[in-house]
Every structure is written in C-alpha cells, then in structure tokens.
Design a protein around this ligand. Structure first.
Ligand SMILES: Cc1cc2nc3c(=O)[nH]c(=O)nc-3n(C[C@H](O)[C@H](O)[C@H](O)COP(=O)(O)OP(=O)(O)OC[C@H]3O[C@@H](n4cnc5c(N)ncnc54)[C@H](O)[C@@H]3O)c2cc1C
Length: 444
C-alpha cells in the first residue's frame, strides 16, 4: 500500500480541484492496491478518529471531495474486471476514469448509453455526483448502474443491487461519497454505436421557439448561448448503428475547432477579457461565430466528449423541462440589465426522468442550465442571480457544481431525501465519510 504521511514539522501537501477553487490539506494520502488494503485503511482511520474521503480526479467544483483526514486515491484500482457478452453488462473497478473505460468498452463492442462533455472523471466520481449528458430519451450515467460494491465505515464490504440491499443500492448510485467507498461498479452497457453530429449557429429566440420539435426530432440536443449576444451554438447528435457510414472530422478541423479555437485561442482571449472586461460583448459575438457549422459521424464517446483545457467555475441546475424557456429568458433579461463580463456560454441540456433517489433527474424530465465563468474572472453577481432564478423553478443543483443550498431546502426538492439519510445513518453512524460540504447538504 502506498501511504504518504507528512513529515513531522512539514505542512501536509495541499490538494486542489481542477478548477482551482477548492483546496484541502489531507492529513494522510493512501492509494491502496486491493479492496482488502482499502478496507484496512478505512478501519484504521476510523479507529484513530480520522475522516476518510475517496477522491476521483477532482473535477467537482464544490468542496464535495475535500478532507482534512485520510484522502483515498483509487488510482491503483482501475480497469474492466468482467464483461458479459449476453447481457452487455460489465464490472469495473471504482477508480477507472471514463477515458480508460470508453475505449475498453469499444473493444468489447459496447458503450455507455450516454455521456457528459468530458471523459476525465472516474466512473465513481461521475455516478456519485449525478454526472449527466443530454438527451430526453436518456438518463444520467448513474442510471446505467446495476450493482455496487462498497467498503463501509467499519471496513466491512457490502455488495448491493436492485435485489440485494435494494435501499443501499438506491442510495449509493448517486451517493455523494457519503455512504462508503465504491470499489466496484456493474454497468448496463449498450451495443457500441456511432453518432451523426450536426453543429450550427442560430438565434436564441428561434431556438427557444422550436425547442419541443427539436427535442422530439433529435436524440441528443445541446446548446451554448453566448451571454450579451443572441447567438446560440446548437448541437444535434443522432444515434446511428455501429456500422453506419459517415466520416469523422478531418484531423486539421478537429485541431482547429477543438484544440485551437476552443482551448488555445480561448485561453488568450479570456486572459485579455480579464484585463479589459469591456471587450466581452464583441468577444462573445466573435466566439459564437467562429465555432461555426460542421457535420460529421464518429464513435459515440468521441462525439460526446471534448477537451476542456481553459479552466472555469460552474454552477448547474436542473429545472423541470417545461420551464427551460422561462429560465433562459429570465437569465438573459438579468444579463442584459446588469451586463456582467461572462466570457463563457450558458449550456442548455435535457434528460429524461430516472428513479435514482438523489439524482437531479429523480422522477422528472429536466432541462439543465449551466453558467460558467473563466476561473480568473469575477462573475459580478451572475451566479447568485442565476441561483435565485432557478430557485423559483424547483431547481435541483448538480452535486458537483457550485450552489449554496442546504439540507433543509434540498429535503423539499427530493422526495426520497429522508430515506437517503436513513441509509447514511445505518451505514456511517460515526460520519467517517463526512466533510463540510456533506454536513451542509445532508445535515450532521
Ligand atoms: C471541465 C468539466 C466538465 C464537466 N462536464 C460535466 C458534464 O458534462 N456533465 C456533468 O454532469 N458533470 C460535468 N462535470 C462535473 C463532473 O462530472 C463531476 O463533478 C464528477 O464528480 C467529477 O468526477 P471526479 O472523478 O473528478 O470526482 P471528484 O470530484 O474527485 O469527487 C466527486 C465525489 O465523488 C466521490 N467519490 C469519488 N470516488 C469515489 C469512490 N470510489 N467511492 C465513493 N465516492 C467516491 C468523492 O468523495 C466526491 O464526493 C464537469 C466538470 C468539469 C471540471
């Protein structure tokens, strides 16, 4: 086992998340090589009164992954353990990042049914926070989970599924890291498929007017509206079979759009906007136009996922699907009146309802609206105004993205909130897995 303890008199190494807005100082860091070693670390820490926090790749914007106790890194617990060709189910180790999982599934002729925008996260970080992509006929990644193995606070190992320990299963699929350390995940995959992608610019009001038609006509609809303009970059991704013809983007075009314009040039222009906020409206107009029309076909995960090299902070709320238009127009109205220097677009996505207790999609078709801001720039009150607007529309915050809600408010948004807390009381009565974020959103 690789366990690192700070030398006496030396400050512990700081840990910082991807966005650079959360930092913590773990007393110890452990990277166990087996479930048995992991269980021993948890048992030992609990006996010494130290908290334990498994961490993925630190891609949450909230303090959900922070600890001043023992930080557990699952870097040595990654890979596909078992694949069943008949049921299309796979069993993977908890520390497996999506960028390792996706090609491994492809090699098996399989794929996850839906993905978010990036593939840097671990499978457990993604499911624990309710990570989702877009598609009204699809759900978040946690909906693909059919079984979990957890190391509990006392070091015991528990395996759950819809039939075995069903309540733990319902709670632990989006478990916020509050119930135990997930060491293995069983996933229901689908046969590998390709996506036909069509991306184009459009006017915000036209887009909102034909939203219902577009959502019915296309499998995965994703939109980026550039604040202080009425321009929207629309993505329609439609599922085609694994053998479907159609070309991927040529290498030069992928480099120009996804690397140069979306990352390298974007970093330079964001730095300029940090110094000269007055350039933000024309900058957003140019950004919206530069990322122009394109059409291509590729493996599903290659189309879903992009690289995000320019750092930002993000808040994302799910509101009932029918409220999408009202929320976007209310945000647009606030932005026009206050003109905050937001250099990043608002993203608009949609998913179907699911049955996962703490999933933002619990029994509700959702529109997801995400506000971003370049990490070096102030948001001039935009995040707070956004939170107030979605608060009037039963907004459920993404567990990994910035929000200020507490247990009292969240209890009113999630019908199964108290059942989740009852499972937590049973599995972790001593709150070995608690941290400040969990105390706020779940209570003590
Ligand atoms: C650039 C960027 C793009 C993003 N795009 C999307 C998107 O398209 N859609 C979306 O929904 N979200 C998106 N996110 C948010 C991201 O998917 C989530 O925050 C996710 O949790 C990150 O996974 P992680 O591995 O970094 O987990 P971390 O942030 O490291 O941890 C998150 C939580 O998972 C828990 N956890 C981790 N491993 C385990 C384990 N083995 N057992 C139990 N608990 C565990 C941690 O304790 C913590 O509570 C994005 C974030 C960034 C920075």
């Amino acid at each position: 086992m690789t366990t690192r303890t700070p030398r006496p008199g030396m400050p512990p190494a700081a840990w910082t998340n991807w966005a650079g807005n959360q930092t913590c100082h773990p007393a110890e860091v452990a990277a166990p090589r087996s479930t048995e070693e992991l269980a021993a670390v948890v048992r030992d820490a609990a006996q010494r009164g130290l908290g334990v926090k498994p961490v993925g790749t630190g891609h949450s914007f909230t303090a959900i992954a922070t600890t001043d106790g023992v930080q557990l890194r699952l870097d040595n617990l990654r890979g596909v353990l078992h694949a069943d060709a008949v049921t299309s189910r796979v069993r993977v180790l908890g520390g497996t990042p999506l960028h390792v999982l996706n090609p491994a599934l492809q090699a098996l002729g399989l794929a996850l049914p839906n993905l978010g925008d990036i593939d840097r996260q671990t499978i457990t970080g993604a499911i624990s926070t309710g990570t989702h992509g877009t598609g009204l006929r699809f759900q978040g990644i946690a909906s693909a989970v059919r079984g979990l193995t957890l190391v509990l606070a006392d070091g015991s190992v528990l395996t759950c599924s819809p039939d075995v320990e069903p309540e733990v299963f319902q709670a632990a699929r989006v478990g916020l890291g509050a119930l135990g350390v997930v060491t293995e995940v069983e996933l229901q995959c689908v046969p590998a498929f390709r996506l036909h992608a069509r991306e184009f610019g459009a006017d915000l009001h036209d887009v909102l007017d034909r939203l219902d038609d577009d959502l019915a006509a296309h499998d995965h609809v994703d939109m980026h509206w550039f604040p202080l303009t009425d321009r929207v970059l629309v993505k329609h991704n439609d599922r085609v079979g694994a053998e479907a013809q159609g070309d991927p983007l040529p290498g030069w075009r992928a480099w120009l759009d996804d690397d140069f314009l979306s990352n390298r040039l974007y970093e330079v222009t964001n730095r300029a906007a940090t110094r000269f906020p007055r350039i933000v409206p024309p900058l957003n107009t140019v950004s919206a136009r530069l990322l122009g029309a394109r059409e291509y076909t590729d493996d599903s995960w290659r189309v879903f996922v992009a690289e995000r090299a320019v750092r930002f902070r993000e808040s994302e709320y799910a509101v009932p699907r029918a409220h999408a238009r009202d929320v976007v127009l209310a945000v647009r109205d606030w932005v026009e009146r206050h003109r905050p220097p937001l250099t990043f677009p608002l993203e608009l996505r949609f998913t179907g309802a699911d049955d996962v207790w703490l999933s933002t999609g619990y029994e509700r078709e959702n529109a997801y609206i995400a506000m971003h801001q370049y990490h070096r720039m102030d948001d001039a009150g935009a995040f707070a105004a956004f939170e107030e607007i979605v608060g009037e529309h039963e907004g459920r915050p993404h567990w990994g993205k910035l929000h200020t809600l507490d247990a009292e408010r969240l209890q009113r948004l999630y019908p199964r909130f108290d059942e989740f807390r009852a499972v937590r009381d049973r599995l972790d009565p001593g709150r070995v897995f608690a941290n400040d974020y969990l105390r706020r959103v779940l209570g003590d």
